[in-house]
Ligand binder design. Structure first.
Ligand code: NAI
Length: 211
């Protein structure tokens, strides 16, 4: 596997390959051509070959791809090989919804802690994980070394929380806080805006209505 930096647009397509391959594996498919994979995924075969060539290929001329091998290799590229641990900060509606979504665990993301500044929530359990007070965040991180912190807190608290998290040395932030946060070198952030997706849908609907 090549260790060079890969374009973000390619990285963004990898989870989709991973999902399709996991479905193929579940259906007992052990080999697939780039043409078949492209038809299932609705992208061109040359796109698939180009994407996978960024990482050194994985396919064989005339054979196609070994599904299990490709699944494992893409899992490695996605950093899922050894699993990831995560904590959620903010145990409100969104924090509960994220904690309750079992598919993350299936993808290798294990929830090990939930924190909230509301003392009234401390001790409640979400998916078997007890909510802790956010004052205990740093000591928990020092001992348990989670890989990812999920920010499910309001925008006003996000910047301060990021500062605290940066000092702990945590490496990944999954940011739902509606705040455009910048992280220092050595840290990665992925910001999610569900409303962007909804507005994109609305725009697509306008376009189909115009056809
Ligand atoms: P919520 O009000 O139900 O929960 C927020 C929780 O965060 C509360 O339990 C509160 O006590 C806790 N909290 C506030 N400041 C904190 C701090 N400094 N440390 C620890 N805990 C703290 O709100 P909800 O619906 O769960 O949404 C959470 C945030 O996520 C909101 O800001 C909302 O705008 C945002 N959101 C973003 C979405 C997205 O697509 N990016 C989708 C839905 C919500």
């Amino acid at each position: 596997m090549s260790s060079k930096k890969v374009a973000l647009v390619v990285i963004r397509r990898l989870p989709r390959y991973y999902r399709y391959l996991s479905e193929l594996l579940l259906n007992g498919v052990d080999r697939i051509s780039s043409k078949d994979l492209s038809e299932r995924m609705g992208v061109t075969a040359s796109q698939i070959r180009q994407d996978l060539n960024c990482f050194g290929g994985f396919g064989q001329q005339g054979y196609g791809y070994n599904v299990e091998y490709l699944y494992r290799e893409i899992g490695k590229l996605l950093g899922l090989e050894n699993g990831r641990t995560m904590i959620i900060i903010g145990a409100g509606n969104l924090g509960h919804a994220i904690a309750g979504y079992s598919n993350f665990e299936r993808r290798g993301f294990r929830l090990i802690g939930i924190f909230d500044s509301n003392k009234g929530l401390v001790g409640d359990k979400v998916k078997g994980v007890g909510i802790m007070h956010s004052d205990d965040l740093e000591s928990f991180i020092a001992v348990n070394k989670p890989d990812i912190a999920v920010l499910a807190i309001p925008k006003v608290s996000a910047q301060d929380m990021l500062k605290r998290l940066t000092a702990t040395g945590i490496k990944g932030i999954w940011n739902f806080s509606m705040s455009e946060l910048k992280v220092p070198d050595g840290m990665a952030i992925e910001t999610v805006h569900l409303s962007d997706s909804l507005m994109t849908l609305s725009c697509k609907m306008m376009q189909t209505e115009m056809e």
